[in-house]
Design a protein. Structure first.
Lengths: 216, 217
């Protein structure tokens, strides 16, 4: 029976969007199987006709759960929150929830898509410069917002969907050698998040498809 | 004067598809508001002013001042409106249907629009039109496939949802960049049905306080 099978997460070890969902599944203690999708090998396994039926956008993550297949990391996380509400990754207060979503969207719409693989491949030699530009621009705005909203984490003192978006984006920033010194709040929060076991077990360096040379 | 009694203020640009999404939501939920137009092209782009910086540090529209707070990011704004002014709804009750609405909304709001927004196109130089067409076509190809599973009269079933509020403005962008829509019959059909609704008309780019005379309906 479909409903009793474990969920299946289509993921790439280094995909920041996949990592967001891996953290959510870890926090909510949802057991799942991973189906790795290598975005670089074989011309990009996300382009296979098989994966096309999983996610027509040819992107990870995608999650098969409860008899449905979902794509888009934020939509997946909101579904997990509504169906497995404990522990929560969205606050109860509507204004705080709005702050969490605003920060999540800033990252998931305002930064990451501009520096994802498909876009960078279009940029040729300007690749690194473009990635740094997009991330810096977004982090500059985010730093300003966080100075209003942050406690121990992005919004107050509880881990939220905003934090699940932040840590993977900082990983991307480090990968593209973005200078993070102008963003002390981002640095502080990221450090606190990486101390949590759910952020460690889901880390790109610890996945089934992590290449040996990048394994922690 | 108590902040909570002041009418909400929407920072908007007539042609911004992200602003249009929120204008539709405000119209559907019959929330009276004032518009503060932000011209993205004049004066080097009014979104870059130090004044607007304190409204939205990302220097983008829309932003909404409401209930004593200032929100940016159109989907976050719409979810807040849904939670605080729940009728009529723009998200279904069933969690799986809600997930479909959010998936479609995110496909548009993360997977298409940011790649063809003003700041990115300005980087593309001569390749601007080709790039915009490429991003939109790629996204619409995937969306057409998804909609064939989820759509009824509208994107998800037969009720207008946040997905529809994202779709119509994106189709407007597609038409603006001369994308051939013939491969996307479901998108065409739904868009047509949406444009018949008065809330999609009163909020249309051609009918805003800041619409230039030559583009006014």
């Amino acid at each position: 029976m479909e409903a009793s099978k474990k969920p299946v997460l289509y993921s790439y070890f280094r995909s920041s969007c996949s990592w967001r969902v891996r953290i959510a599944l870890a926090l909510k203690e949802i057991a799942y199987d991973q189906a790795p999708v290598n975005l670089v090998k074989d011309g990009g396994q996300q382009r296979s006709s098989e994966f096309q039926s999983v996610n027509p956008m040819q992107q990870v993550p995608a999650l098969k759960i409860d008899g449905i297949t979902l794509s888009q990391s934020l939509a997946i996380m909101e579904y997990l929150e509504e169906t497995r509400p404990n522990p929560r990754i969205l606050p109860q207060d509507p204004k705080k929830r709005a702050e969490v979503r605003m920060i999540s969207d800033l990252i998931a719409s305002g930064i990451q898509p501009l520096q994802n693989l498909a876009v960078l491949q279009q940029m040729g030699e300007k690749k690194l410069e473009w990635a740094q530009h997009c991330i810096s621009r977004g982090f500059k705005a985010l730093e300003q917002i966080l100075q209003e909203t942050a406690g121990r984490y992005c919004v107050g003192d509880e881990v939220s969907m905003a934090d699940l978006c932040l840590a993977p984006q900082v990983y991307n920033a480090e990968r593209y050698k973005v200078d993070l010194a102008p963003y002390p709040t981002i640095i502080r929060i990221n450090k606190a998040l990486l101390e949590l076991k759910e952020f460690q077990t889901s880390h790109p360096s610890q996945q089934p498809d992590t290449p040996p040379e990048l394994r922690a």
